[in-house]
Write a protein that binds this ligand. Structure first.
Ligand SMILES: Cc1ncc(COP(=O)(O)O)c(C=O)c1O
Length: 445
């Protein structure tokens, strides 16, 4: 073996790469590095004290993830964003940065089941209380407010029933109560609705869904839209107005109020740093690839979903279609007003009920088993068309009462319409519906 000036093991880990040498890659590179080299100890000290911007360690910041954050922030017309490992993590850190033990959140009852689990179970363990309200009942939002309330939270278009939130009305109630409105914009995406335009202050996404769009990578993001003034009531927001040890004595508002987002800095430097739900560089790269075609995909998803909904609405085996693009939907007006480009790909329909839960389950199981183009998968926002049975899958932890309040019954079938030819999706549903019995005198449950 020939001699080199340094040992084999040293060359094995260091040769051929000079940290900080930029390559002229046309595509955002995957910066698959846990950590980043400092030019000096002083440089390191300044970065750790948040006195200078720069890369330290990928748990709190990574250059590929930062491109993803800037891109989503711009699409939502926000001022800054934090990329995280999943949508669930995005909801958790977004709300933890607002409400701590002893404080309170008002949230819509119609939230995705995993979010309900987080709020009513884990947040309760941590001493954060949540009041769930019917998102269309504005009086309930108003009545739920307490002195310790710190946020309102809802989805712009709900999963799985596709209820369209009257964001301006809920935003007005939140602002009168002095708290920010946090919107989960996963189903709508910024292509169909920029939540800022209708009154939201903070947006979260499960980027796992339509932003990524291909079912390959989990991710989430929190965006500060820059509309809520955390300095107006300093007593309400000590975490942003009082000296913060991690920036050596200054408050986050003093340090970042003029140049960035104190709120997103708190999300990253405390909650992502301490709890560790970081987005990987590889997943950020995949999500960026997805975002490059977001408008094209959403337009196709949306038009195909409406075509499928119209077909189902006219089918005798279908009791009800929950699609806000249909004239008969209670959310048709909100959809026309707030989502002029359409309401997305996720919606549900109910088969006629037999009146018996177990029989209804078998009915849906038989229907789903016959599908060939539409796949049984616990996901939405894929290029492929997907189906799920919320009552036994995504929303199975909800009580019978909660299911009823969320308008989910045992014959409710969720669809996430993909990018296939719409006629193939409709033909598939048609052949699977052909052997679904229509019960004598049936009504939807
Ligand atoms: C509306 C909504 N928000 C949040 C989540 C959670 O996202 P993730 O699965 O990426 O953690 C989901 C997942 O289905 C969702 O549908």
């Amino acid at each position: 073996m020939s001699e080199t000036t340094r040992g084999f093991a040293t060359a094995q880990v260091q040769s051929g790469y000079v940290p900080s040498a930029a390559e002229n890659t046309a595509i955002v590179p995957i910066h698959q590095s846990n950590a980043f080299e400092f030019s000096s100890l002083s440089h390191a000290r300044d970065l750790f004290a948040l006195k200078r911007d720069g890369n330290i360690y990928s748990r709190t910041a990574n250059p590929t993830v930062q491109v993803f954050e800037r891109r989503v922030a711009e699409l939502e017309n926000g001022i800054a964003a934090a990329g995280v490992a999943s949508g669930q993590a995005a909801v958790a850190v977004a709300l933890l940065a607002l409400a701590k033990s002893g404080e309170h959140i008002v949230a819509a009852r119609q939230l995705y089941g995993g979010t309900v689990d987080l709020l009513q179970d884990t947040f309760a363990d941590w001493g954060i209380s949540v009041t769930f309200v019917d998102q269309d009942a504005h009086d309930e939002w108003r009545a739920a407010v307490r002195p310790e309330t710190r946020a309102f939270f809802a989805e712009s278009v709900t999963n799985p029933i596709a209820q369209v939130l009257d964001v301006p009305a809920v935003s007005e109630i939140a602002h009168r109560a002095g708290v920010p409105l946090v919107i989960d914009n996963t189903v709508a995406t910024p292509y169909l609705q920029r939540a800022k335009d209708v009154g939201a202050d903070i947006v979260v996404h499960s980027a796992t869904k339509f932003l990524g769009g291909h079912g390959t990578s989990l991710g989430g993001v929190v965006v500060d839209l820059g509309t809520y003034d955390f300095g107006a009531d300093p007593e309400r927001w000590p975490q942003l107005n009082e000296p913060y040890a991690r920036v050596h004595g200054a408050s986050l508002l003093e340090r970042f109020g003029a140049t960035g987002s104190p709120y997103i800095t708190l999300v990253k430097t405390k909650y992502v740093h301490d709890l560790g739900p970081s987005l990987s560089a590889f997943n950020a790269f995949q999500l960026l690839q997805g975002i490059e075609t977001l408008d094209l995909r959403m337009a196709r998803h949306t038009s195909s979903a409406l075509e499928v909904a119209r077909y189902l609405d006219a089918h005798p085996s279908v009791a009800r279609v929950h699609h806000p693009g249909l004239q008969n939907s209670p959310w048709h007006d909100n959809a026309a007003r707030y989502l002029p480009r359409g309401t997305g790909a996720v919606f549900s329909f109910d088969l006629h009920t037999s009146g018996d839960t177990e029989e209804d389950f078998l009915l849906v199981e038989g229907f789903i088993a016959r599908l060939q183009v539409v796949h049984l998968v616990a996901n939405i926002g894929d290029a492929r068309s997907l189906t799920a049975h919320p009552a036994s899958m995504t929303h199975s932890h909800l009580s019978a009462e909660q299911l009823l309040e969320a308008r989910i019954c045992w014959t409710t079938v969720r669809l996430s319409i993909g990018l296939e030819d719409p006629s193939d999706i409709i033909d598939d549903l048609a052949q699977a519906l052909a052997s679904v019995p229509v019960f004598e005198g049936a009504t939807a449950s």
